[in-house]
Ligand binder design. Structure first.
Ligand code: ATR
Length: 280
């Protein structure tokens, strides 16, 4: 019998995860299904989760808005998920539901794939935004040995919380968005983690990236549109670009690895996914 995998969240009708995992199943030569299990906000999460148990799934991904709410239904958390207080992957291990979080690893793998040299950690880094994605990325970078990782956010307290939770070796300062924009030329890597600039407001950017220095890397986790205003401006300033859809592929690769024990190559999937997102 093949692996039975699911995605829970709402809304997920347009999710690209079934395509991504279908591709991984094919590449690994493993039989299985990855299906959407949408749980509308009006429904009870507990009932939705019970339905999953009845199906007897091998694992599932969790997306917005259930990444934190799922935790009480799990039997355990791995270290990263525990530190994050959020779960994006659940694996059924000996009948127990164990929560993981592959967002940070996925981000780091995607960055490494595009720019292998940068992940050595010597580059001064700025994270824009301080939500769940920023937290995952901050810890992943700090764990990977990045020495200087600043965070800028509209609400400074949220950025401060991430930094203080710390227990990392990274030296970090908390900045306002204005300070970030003025000082953006000081960074070799700038990572945009907020939802600002996402459809239906693609004309927006959390800060102007026009002051980035040439050959610095501008990274945006928004992938609809693929070419955000933040990336366009950074590109015009001569920065190198790292696009959000690649994180989607690598967080899925890390989840697939947890479920199957197989690390499947994601080679060329970024190009295919980009074409899908651009409706080609
Ligand atoms: P998630 O947890 O899914 O990453 P989130 O909690 O909605 O998403 O966080 C989104 C981030 O985008 C936050 O840092 C938020 O800033 P605040 O902490 O001040 O709310 C940031 N953000 C969202 N809309 C913004 C806007 N219009 N301008 C500036 N920052 C914004």
């Amino acid at each position: 019998m093949g692996k039975e995998l699911r995605l829970i969240g709402y809304p997920i009708q347009h999710s690209l995860s079934p395509w991504i995992h279908g591709e991984f199943f094919g590449r690994a030569g493993i039989k299985g299904n990855y299906r959407l299990h949408e749980i509308p906000l009006s429904d009870n999460l507990e009932e939705g989760v019970r339905a999953l148990k009845e199906v007897g799934v091998d694992g599932f991904n969790v997306t917005v808005p259930y990444k934190q709410e799922i935790i009480p239904f799990l039997d355990g958390l791995d270290k990263t998920a525990e530190r994050m207080g959020a779960v994006n992957t659940v694996a059924v291990e000996n009948g127990k539901w164990i929560g993981y979080n592959t967002d940070g690893t996925g981000y780091l793998r995607s960055l490494e794939h595009s720019y292998p040299a940068v992940t050595k950690g010597d580059v001064k880094t700025l994270i824009l935004g301080a939500g769940g994605a920023a937290r995952a990325i901050y810890f992943a970078l700090a764990d990977a040995g990045f020495k200087a990782v600043d965070i800028a956010n509209r609400t400074k307290e949220s950025a401060q919380q991430i930094v203080s939770h710390g227990a990392t070796q990274a030296e970090s300062r908390v900045l306002s968005l204005t300070e970030a924009e003025v000082g953006i030329h000081n960074y070799g890597l700038v990572i945009q983690t907020s939802s600002v600039g996402m459809k239906p407001n693609p004309e927006r950017a959390i800060v102007s990236a026009t002051g980035m220095r040439p050959a610095a890397i501008a990274s945006d986790i928004v992938y609809q549109p693929i070419m955000t205003k933040f990336l366009k401006d950074a590109g015009e300033a001569g920065a190198l670009l790292h696009m959000g859809h690649t994180m989607l592929i690598y967080q899925a690769q890390a989840a697939f690895e947890i479920w199957t024990g197989r690390k499947v190559s994601a080679e060329d999937m970024d190009r295919q996914l980009q074409a899908k997102l651009e409706g080609r």
